[in-house]
Design a protein around this ligand. Sequence first.
Ligand code: SF4
Length: 442
Amino acid sequence: MEFPLIEKKWNKNNHSMDIVYPNKYYGGVYCLGPLIVYNIVNSMENWNCNRVFLDKGSISSKLIGFTLQYELDYYNVLKMLKNAGIPADKSMRKEIVFAGGPCISTNPYTLSDYFDFAMLGDVEETLPQVLRIFESSKSKEDFLKNIADIKGVFVYGITSNPDYARVTDFNNAPYPLYQPFEQELDGNFVFGKTFMLEVERGCIFKCRFCSLPQLSNTTGFRSMEKIKEIIDTGLELNNRNHVSIYAPSFIHPERNKIMKYLLEKKVTFTVPAIKIERIDYEFLSLVKAGGTRSITLAPECNEELRSSVGKYYSDEKLFEIVKMAEDIGFEGIKYYFLIGLPQQTDNDIEKMATLALSLKSKFKGKTYFSINPLVAKSRTSFEGIQFDRKIINHQAKLLTSLMKKNKVKIKPINVSTSFTEWKLSNALSFSKPRADHLHNDA
Ligand code: SF4
């Protein structure tokens, strides 16, 4: 059984909504989006919200919202609807099925044959409006017509100019203080029973493979006062002694104060991937003091090509951080690299392998490399770039052999999964792909 659950008095007139994470509980339980929805819906009079995962809970409401964090979960959406006996064909069902989350915000069209509507951007202000209209609508058709003009709602076939909703007052937006977990967790739950703390939203950086700059190019920061209030209440309510800080780039102006406050509260904490440009000794020491043993850095490629992905720092800066991490006593560093970048040549791949070797030799602790093909998504600066499997397979082979020669271990590079992700991310329709580039089987 999960704890803490939001218990509401049973009322036969209550409406209910399912918030569905179409993958395993051990991953979905750390996702903030569905938690935000769960707390908002349950905070409304006359409403109950059920959490459903691929392997936990079951779809049982008339209003069903999917949260889509990864394109590869699209297959599970169809599987879960089928298992619940709900027709995928929206004209054949009485239930109302909708979706939100980053995949939907970047491309709301891929699953448009199956969803009645999409929620684009932030939901804190839009979702209560949608639910109120649901309460007063006489039929499904009536409801869809009535929500079609709300900013952030995209009713397929009715909304003419879909737009993204941004929360107007991020600091005072409702925070998901209830964060339920099963009582017993196994080793799959990488962060254990943690309290998720979102301190900022949006991003000012312009990494060209990322959709966030186009969806939200300003960063909202919660005030220190609000953050303290959330920490105090959240830790007590959920009985937690670990905090996971959520922030796209963790550049909060008071980030050191936030970490010091958590240390005062005697809780351990983890931080998201950190921006190399913004690391200094005090910051990194606080991250270590919070109990983090390894850090994650994303140089993406060799120095010569780095500005073409929207990152502007030298290898020298990278080595400086590696030295700092070693002096502070981190046990490991994980690096992210990309292949399949525009203009990336064999020479760049060789330089990437040389850089990886230098990074490994400059750090006494463990070094891990995660190498992934570029998946050029909608609403990024790389949108429209083809996924050329022939080139990417060649680069993966070359890099793997260079790393092997230098005795640097890397995980196998999964080109076909990335190709599927690229197709789903760029498709205009899941069932009937219409874009010519989706037939590129090079
Ligand atoms: S820093 Fe992270 S969130 Fe910001 S643009 Fe780059 S990849 Fe996206």
